[in-house]
Design a binder for this molecule. Structure first.
Ligand code: G6P
Length: 483
C-alpha cells in the first residue's frame, strides 16, 4: 500500500525528469510566468499527459526555488527544489562531468568524485519521494534519463504497487568503459528497479545487458533480464531499443508557413547569396564533433576546393552547461578555430563561418533548415540526434543533403543519409564535397527515403510503443508478485 498522508495529486501517469517541461520567464515589465519548453519530449508527452491526467516531477532549472505543485496546460507540475550546492554536485558534477563523458565513450575524461556520488544519491531520493507522492495506487511512473538512474529502484522499494519505466536518452557504453564507474553495481541495480529499461539503439540495450551479466550475474535472454525478487521468484525486466523521434507533423507545418519560407530566403540573402549553405546546429558540446567539422571545412577552403563566395557554413552552437570546465574549454577552442578560419578566408562581402553562440525559437530554426543545402551532423557519439530528423522533416521539396555520423543513434534508421566517420577528416571532406555537388535527382531519392522514416516513426509512436511495452511487462510482473 502507498504511504498515507496528504498527497498533492493522485496521477495515473507520472513522468519524472531532471527538468520540468516549462521555463521560468520574466518579461520586459518584470512580470514572471512559465512557458512550455521547446523540447521534443515535452511535445510528445503532452497529449498522453492530458489524457491520463498526468503529473510531471522535475527541477525548475534555477537554484533554491521552492514552489508548490501547480497546473500548466493540463499537466500537474511538481517542482523539486535543488540548492546551488546540489546543482554543482549532482547536476554539473555527477551527471555532466561523470556520467555524460563516461557514457559518451570518454571523449572527455570522466571524473569520479565521491561527494558528487553522495549528492546524486540524495537528489535521486528526493525525486523518487516526490514521484511516490504524486502517484495514485497502481499508477505508472516513467523516469527519464541518466540524471535519475537510481530512481526506479528507490521507487520500487517504497511503492511496489507501481509500474515503473525508465528511458535512457543517451548512449550506454561498452562494458570496457562502463566498468570504470566506481558505482557500477549500484547504477545497474537502480535501473533494474524498472519493468522496462528503454534505450535509443539496439547496441545500447546490448551493452546494458552485458554489464548486467558481468557485474550482477543475472541471466539475460533476448531482451529479457531475470531479476531476483522475493521468495525465490524473479521479475522479468525488458531492456530494449525504442528509438526516439520528433513531432514530425509540426515541423512539416512550420516549414510550409509563408513567413518562415520568406525568412529562409532572407537568410540566404543576408549571407550574400552563396551557392551552397552548409549548416550545423548543436548544443555546444564536445560530443557533437564541432571541432572535427570545422577542421574539415577549413581544410577544404585551404585546398581551394571551395571559396567563401560560393559556400558558407552556418554554425549554431547553443550555450550549454557553461559552468562545467570541459564546456568552458571547448568553447575557447571552437571560437579560436572559427576566428582563425574567418580571419584567413573572409572577404568584406562573404564569411566562411557564421558562428552563433545563441539559442533560437523553433520558427527561426526551421527557416535555417529550409535555407540549408547541406546539414552536417558529425557527432563523435550521440544517443539519437534529433536535429537530423528535424532537418529531414522540414524538407518537403525533397531537396537538401543530410551528412550523418554513424556514431549518432539516428544513423540506425536514417540509412539513406550520406554517412560519415567524423574521425576520418579526409573522408569527411570528400563527403562534404559530394554533398555540395550532389545532383538534384540523387538528393530527391535519398530525401524521400529519409522523410518516409521520420514521418512514419514520429514521437507519438515512440511514447505509445514504450508505454504499451511497459503496460504488458509491468502487468506480468505484478502477477508474479501476487502469486
Ligand atoms: C541531452 C540529455 C537531456 C538534457 C539535454 C539538455 O539531450 O539527454 O537529458 O536535458 O541534453 O541538457 P541540460 O543539461 O541543459 O538539461
Amino acid at each position: 500500500q502507498p504511504p498515507s498522508g496528504a498527497r498533492v495529486t493522485q496521477a495515473e501517469l507520472v513522468v519524472v525528469a531532471n527538468r520540468l517541461p516549462v521555463d521560468h520567464v520574466t518579461d520586459g515589465s518584470g512580470e514572471q510566468s512559465w512557458r512550455r519548453s521547446p523540447g521534443g519530449l515535452v511535445t510528445a508527452l503532452e497529449p498522453v499527459m492530458r489524457r491520463a491526467d498526468g503529473a510531471w516531477v522535475g527541477w525548475p532549472g534555477k537554484p533554491g526555488i521552492q514552489l508548490d505543485p501547480f497546473e500548466f496546460e493540463g499537466t500537474h507540475l511538481v517542482p523539486v527544489t535543488l540548492s546551488a550546492e546540489e546543482i554543482e554536485l549532482y547536476y554539473e558534477g555527477m551527471s555532466n562531468d561523470t556520467f555524460w563523458p563516461l557514457y559518451h565513450d570518454v571523449i572527455a575524461e570522466p571524473r569520479y568524485r565521491r561527494v558528487w556520488w553522495d549528492a546524486y544519491v540524495k537528489v535521486n531520493r528526493r525525486f523518487a519521494e516526490a514521484a511516490a507522492e504524486a502517484a495514485a495506487p497502481g499508477a505508472t511512473v516513467w523516469v527519464q534519463d541518466y540524471q535519475l538512474q537510481l530512481v526506479p529502484r528507490m521507487l520500487r522499494e517504497s511503492r511496489p504497487d507501481l509500474i515503473i519505466g525508465y528511458f535512457h536518452h543517451i548512449p550506454f557504453p561498452a562494458y570496457g568503459l562502463y566498468s570504470q564507474l566506481p558505482w557500477r553495481r549500484q547504477v545497474l541495480e537502480g535501473l533494474l528497479g524498472a519493468d522496462v529499461v528503454g534505450f535509443q539503439r539496439v547496441a545500447d540495450a546490448g551493452n546494458f545487458a552485458r554489464a548486467v551479466r558481468r557485474v550482477l550475474r543475472y541471466p539475460t535472454k533476448a531482451s529479457g533480464i531475470a531479476v531476483p525478487h522475493d521468495h525465490g521468484t524473479t521479475r522479468n525486466v525488458l531492456a530494449k531499443a525504442f528509438p526516439i523521434s520528433i513531432d514530425a507533423s509540426s515541423y512539416v507545418e512550420l516549414s510550409q508557413r509563408p513567413e518562415i519560407r520568406a525568412r529562409a530566403a532572407q537568410i540566404r540573402e543576408e549571407l550574400g547569396n552563396p551557392k551552397k549553405i552548409l549548416l550545423g546546429v548543436d548544443r555546444l558540446d564536445y560530443t557533437k564533433g564541432i571541432r572535427h567539422r570545422l577542421k574539415a571545412f577549413g581544410e577544404l577552403l585551404e585546398d581551394g576546393k571551395i571559396s567563401v563566395e560560393d559556400v558558407t557554413l552556418v554554425q549554431v552552437a547553443s550555450p550549454s552547461r557553461e559552468r562545467v570546465e570541459a564546456y568552458v574549454q571547448l568553447r575557447d577552442e571552437i571560437e579560436l578555430r572559427v576566428g582563425r578560419i574567418n580571419g584567413d578566408f573572409d572577404t568584406m562581402g562573404h564569411t566562411a563561418i557564421r558562428y552563433l553562440h545563441q539559442a533560437y525559437p523553433r520558427e527561426e530554426m526551421v527557416a535555417l533548415f529550409l535555407a540549408a543545402d547541406v546539414m552536417l551532423v558529425t557527432a563523435l557519439r550521440d544517443g539519437m540526434n534529433l536535429v537530423a530528423k528535424e532537418y529531414v522533416a522540414t524538407r518537403t521539396d525533397n531537396r537538401g543533403v543530410l551528412l550523418l555520423s554513424e556514431f549518432a543513434g539516428a544513423a540506425d534508421e536514417l540509412s539513406s543519409a550520406v554517412r560519415i566517420n567524423p574521425h576520418d577528416i579526409d573522408g569527411m571532406k570528400e563527403a562534404i564535397m559530394r554533398a555540395i555537388e550532389m545532383p538534384p535527382a540523387e538528393q530527391g531519392r535519398r530525401m524521400r527515403a529519409l522523410r518516409r522514416k521520420v514521418i512514419e516513426n514520429d514521437v507519438a509512436k515512440w511514447s505509445q510503443s514504450f508505454l504499451a511495452a511497459l503496460e504488458t511487462t509491468g502487468t506480468a510482473n505484478r502477477a508474479i508478485r501476487r502469486n
